[in-house]
Design a protein around this ligand. Structure first.
Ligand SMILES: Nc1nc2c(ncn2[C@@H]2O[C@H](COP(=O)(O)OP(=O)(O)OP(=O)(O)O)[C@@H](O)[C@H]2O)c(=O)[nH]1
Ligand SMILES: [Mg+2]
Ligand SMILES: [Zn+2]
Length: 337
């Protein structure tokens, strides 16, 4: 579909149409006449998006293969939508409900591209291989802080490590626990108790993120006794095949809540944010912000910097400040900073 630019007026009009469709959903009990469509409006959850194709789940856990009306924006995994049946197992999405907590990545043109919506938890999965990176973790943590969702670090494949190697990874990544991010050490090969993780996920909408090969899909499998059934139902309904590694997929957790498996990333890039947002993304800096000698301190070479003092005093880890600076420099090269 060629992408054309919409005028302000068109955008406003489309916004109004979507709003009407959402409202109609509220009033569906007294629904008598319908705008331009035959089937009644229903609410659903996008459980997979693959290009223009959507898998939408209704309240009875039935999955429908849907396309979206033009110009309503791009629904993503986790979106609540208004849709209508158009055929057997088929439908059309007419509006996206208001979103909360969207995980986005800028596309090649630098524009934010949402990956998943309505999240309440972010689980960053790491493993000894591919080599884990604090820099990637810190970027995900900034994204989580700015979305207002809580984040956890799960270090997988500890079965591959001897005591020394494990101790060294614990020293590197265990410190995230000290700044308030739960950190767990797991192996999906060794028979291990995943109860603490299940508890963290229960009743929430969580997304698993991390590099390719760290074990995200394996973890989903371990947590969901009926994963094959869920995948089967999805691919049967949508005819899209098993796209579980190329598209974010939203599963139902047995104890309630949702778990989204996402395709692996090599790197993650934050969208265009400014200095205050970046500072807010490093939660342990909060007590020191506003205490630097210069109001616009970059926490670089300025005298009287409270953040640098905090590093000297052991209150902020030097590598977190280094990553903060690195991100600040990178964002500075983008327009907004
Ligand atoms: N030794 C060991 N291998 C594991 C463990 N967990 C997963 N694996 C293996 O790691 C490989 C990659 O696992 P996946 O679950 O496909 O990884 P992923 O993160 O989903 O990868 P992408 O979908 O590419 O992003 C598989 O061969 C798994 O069997 C573990 O705890 N220990
Ligand atoms: Mg996978
Ligand atoms: Zn400073």
């Amino acid at each position: 579909m060629p992408r054309r630019r919409l005028s302000e007026r068109q955008i406003e009009r489309i916004g109004k149409i979507q709003e009407r469709r959402r409202q109609r959903l509220d009033k569906r009990a007294q629904l008598t006449q319908m705008e331009d469509d035959e089937a009644p409006a229903r609410e659903g959850l996008v459980v997979v998006r693959h290009g223009a194709n959507l898998a939408v789940e209704d309240a009875d856990e039935k999955v429908f293969h849907c396309l979206a009306r033009q110009n309503i924006g791009h629904p993503v995994c986790g979106d609540h939508v208004v849709w209508q049946v158009t055929g057997s197992n088929q439908g059309v999405v007419t509006a996206i409900m208001e979103r909360r907590a969207v995980l986005s990545r800028p596309d090649f043109s630098g524009r934010d591209k949402p990956l998943a919506a309505n999240l309440s938890r972010l689980v960053i999965l790491l493993a000894p291989k591919p080599e884990p990176s604090e820099y990637l973790v810190d970027q995900y943590l900034v994204a989580a802080e700015l979305m207002g969702v809580s984040a956890m670090i799960a270090f997988n494949k500890v079965d591959l490590l001897d005591a020394n190697a494990l101790a060294s990874f614990r020293a590197r990544f265990g410190r995230y626990g000290e700044i308030g991010y739960p950190t767990i050490w797991i192996s999906l090969k060794a028979d291990q108790d995943l109860a603490p993780l299940s508890q963290y996920l229960a009743g929430e909408t969580s997304i698993l993120v991390g590099q390719s090969g760290v074990g995200k899909s394996s973890l989903v499998k371990a947590l969901l006794p009926d994963q094959e059934i869920q995948i089967g139902r999805l691919s049967k309904a949508t005819g899209l095949g098993r796209h579980t590694t190329s598209a974010a997929t939203c599963y139902r957790l047995p104890g309630g809540g949702r778990l989204i498996d996402s395709p692996g990333v090599r790197s993650f890039r934050l969208g265009a944010i400014g200095p205050p947002e970046l500072e807010r993304g490093f939660r342990e800096l909060a007590p020191f912000l506003g205490h630097c000698q210069f109001a616009d301190c970059h926490h670089e070479r300025e005298p009287g910097c409270a953040v640098k003092r905090a590093v000297t005093n052991g209150q902020v880890h030097p590598e977190r400040l280094a990553n903060f600076r690195h991100l600040a420099a990178k964002l500075q090269r983008s327009a907004k900073f």
